[in-house]
Every structure is written in structure tokens, then in C-alpha cells.
Design a protein around this ligand. Sequence first.
Ligand code: SIN
Length: 328
Amino acid sequence: MMLRYLTAGAALAAMVAVGPVTAKPIVIKFSHVVAENTPKGQMASKFKDLVAERLQGKVEVEVYPNSQLFGDNRVLEAILLGDVQMSAPSLSKFKRYTKKLQLFDLPFLFSDMAAAERFQKSPAGVKLLSSMNKKGLMGLGYLHNGMKQLSASEPLRVPGDARNLKFRIQSSDVLAAQFKAVHAVPLKKPFSEAFTLLQTRAIDGQENTWSNIYSKKFFEVQPYITESNHGLLDYMVVTSTEFWMDLPQDVRVEVQKALDEAIVFGNQVAAEKSIADRQKIIDSGRSEVIEFTPKQLGMWKKVMKPVWKKFEGEIGKELIEAARRSNK
Ligand code: SIN
């Protein structure tokens, strides 16, 4: 009897010393490849802050920028393996999981960001978020960066100016075809390698948004930037279906709400940066910014248009038509 009281007393003493056992928070590792002062970087920090405010002790978001953890070539696999839980690769980087998202790479598809937004919010755009569910990946939302510009060691005014120049591209067959259409040489390389390749003149150019050209300092090593607005660079925030469905229902709802709000914030940052970073580049005097005349623009559109036909079978004619209709 005495022993029983002693044991119970010891257990109570241990609890007082250590405190009650508490469940560990669920950790969401968010890995991405861009700098923190970009639309995606800002969206990820906002998401982290909102989750910390609303789900304290239940969920914790850890953000890993600048390809610190994984480049985009490995991050989707890492999500499926549970090494990280979220990322937001560019829409050009999902080819291994779905061919449908190649849609977003078609040259001159969207006339501006408002058109891209309208399409992403349309039933056809929303449906694409679940296009990889069978492969274990779930799209939680789109995030904007902006329209892409062409930078190069030579001034690019007409399509013939790009002939034989080497361009770093994301891992997309559509983007490869787009550069082949102007007789340039596309090279699929990770984002983290682009600056060094440009600086050492191993390649001649690349395509990207104002915010990426500014934050990764491409403008310091590229004397010309053509304001071509020829394509879209947006993102899909993704997670693994398994991780997502395993979250308690109430937590899942709150995490999605925080993410939706962070995306709205990130989209505002994107809109502001595409104006501000363009201006900072011009003010730096390091790159000359070239604008197309209407005739030159027409030439680029014409020469790149056959790329649409080439990928129509993989993407789907109706989907292309739905996206095209979002241009007013
Ligand atoms: C990104 O914005 O996430 C990277 C885009 C690129 O690879 O060019």
C-alpha cells in the first residue's frame, strides 16, 4: 500500500517538474527558389505569419528560400516523399506530372495579367488545380509573378536577332519550342545557375519577369532587356494529397484560409514589383530597355504562333480556347 502511494507521488512530482505532455505542432516546410523580396518570397512569409498568429502551437510554417533546400527540379519529388510539405514552382515545371499546365507557357497566350487572373479563376482554370491529384500532388492556389521579358547580350528587336543565341529556359518543352521557332538555342537549366551562366557568357540570354531579373541581378550582366511581355510566369502552390488529407479538418480549413490571404497579398506585391523593379533596372543604367514597335511585336507573335499547334494535342484544344477567351 505504502509503495503504491510512493509511486503515485513520484509520478505527480515528475509531472510537476516536466509539465503536461503537449502535442508537437505540425510542421509545414515551404521550399522555394527565389529571393525573399519577390512576390513568392513575400507570399511565403505572409503565410508563415498568418499561420503563426492563428494556429499557434498546432501548425508551424518554415520557409526555405533561394533553393536552400531543393531546386525546382527536385522539389515535387521531395513533397511526395514528405521531405517538404509545400512549394510553389513556376507553372512551367510540372511537365512530369501533367501535360495540361503546358498551356501557361504558350507564347503570347494572355494579353496581360488581368487575363491570366480571369482564366485562373474560371472553371477551367480552377479544374487544373486538381490535374495532378492522381499523381499525389494537390494544387492549393495560383500565385502571380508577372509577364516575362527577354534579356540578352545583344539587342533583340526582330525575331532574327535571336538566331543562334543560347537562352536559359525553365524545364519546359513549350519554352524550348518557342526559342527554336526563332532559331535560338534553348538550354534547360535550374534557376539557381542562371546568373553564373549569364555572367560567364556561357549563355547569351534568358527570359524572366522584372522581379526575378531584378532580385537575381540578371540586369547587371545583361546589357539589353526587351520588354516583350511574350509569356506568363505564374506559380501553383502545391502540397501532397496525402499530407493534406491527413490534416485534421479544422486545421486544413484554417491553413487554406491563411494561404488564400497570403496569395492575395503576394499578388499585390507582384503587381507592384513588376512596375517598381522595372523602374529600378532602368534607373540603374546597367541594361537598356527596348520596347517593340507594333510591327516588331507582330513579327514575334507570327513566328511563335506555330508552337500552339504543336502542343494542342497534349494540352487540349478546348483548354487553349478557354484561356484565349479570357483576353477581352
Ligand atoms: C521562379 O520564379 O520560381 C523561378 C523561375 C525560373 O526558373 O526562371
